[in-house]
Design a binder for this molecule. Structure first.
Ligand code: NAG
Ligand code: NAG
Length: 177
C-alpha cells in the first residue's frame, strides 16, 4: 500500500515537472588544474608505522604504505600560480609489483578559489603512478557538483624523486546537476 502511494506521488510529481526538471538538467564541466603532490613527509610503512620520510626510489617496498595528503591545487604547473583548492585524502600503495606501482586513491578535491569555490569532488580509484596517462573515477561531489559522476585524466607534469614531490596535471570531466 505504502509503495502504491509513493508511486502515485512520484507519478504526480513527474507529471507536474517538479522532479523531471531537475533530473534532466544535467551539466557537463571540464576542470583543469595541477596537483602539487608531496608524499615525502607523509608516508608510513607497515614496518615503520610512525610518520617518517620515505624516499620515492624505494617505492617497490612501499606496498601497504599509506600517505595522507593535503596538497595544493593550482591553475598552472607553477607552485606560485593561482591556488584553486586543496586535495585532501589518502593514497594507499596497493600494488605488490615493483614494475607497476599503483595506489588506491581516495581524495576530496576541495575548491577554494576560482569559479568552483565552495564545491567539492570525490576521486576514488586506482592510480598507476608510472603510467603516462591515468584515468581515475570521479564518483561524487557537493555544492554545484552534487550527484557528480565522471573521470579525471591524470598525467605527471614533473617530479623530483629525491624530494618526493610531483606536479600532476588533472583534467576532470564531470556530469552534475
Ligand atoms: C570562496 O568562498 C568563500 C565562502 O563563500 C569566501 O569566503 C572566499 O573569499 C572565496 N574565495 C575566493 C578566492 O573567491
Ligand atoms: C630535487 O630535490 C632535491 C632535494 O630537495 C634538490 O636538492 C634537487 O636540487 C632537486 N632536483 C631538481 C632537478 O630540482
Amino acid at each position: 500500500m505504502a509503495t502504491t502511494t509513493t508511486t502515485t506521488l512520484l507519478l504526480l510529481l513527474l507529471s507536474s515537472g517538479v522532479i523531471s526538471g531537475e533530473l534532466t538538467d544535467i551539466k557537463r564541466t571540464h576542470i583543469r588544474f595541477f596537483f602539487h603532490n608531496s608524499i615525502h613527509r607523509l608516508v608510513t610503512t607497515p614496518a615503520n608505522p610512525i610518520l617518517q620520510p620515505v624516499p620515492m626510489q624505494t617505492n617497490s617496498k612501499l606496498f601497504g604504505s599509506i600517505a595522507v595528503l593535503d596538497d595544493p591545487l593550482t591553475e598552472g604547473p607553477d607552485r606560485t600560480s593561482k591556488l584553486v583548492g586543496r586535495a585532501q585524502g589518502v593514497s594507499v600503495f596497493s600494488s605488490r609489483s615493483a614494475a607497476e606501482p599503483a595506489t588506491l586513491m581516495n581524495v576530496n578535491l576541495i575548491f577554494t578559489g576560482g569559479k568552483h569555490n565552495g564545491s567539492t569532488l570525490v576521486v576514488l580509484g586506482r592510480n598507476a603512478i608510472h603510467s603516462e596517462i591515468r584515468e581515475l573515477p570521479v564518483i561524487a561531489g557537493t555544492g554545484k557538483f552534487r550527484l557528480a559522476r565522471g573521470y579525471a585524466k591524470v598525467t605527471t607534469h614533473s617530479h623530483n624523486l629525491t624530494a618526493g614531490r610531483a606536479v600532476v596535471e588533472y583534467n576532470v570531466h564531470v556530469f552534475h546537476h
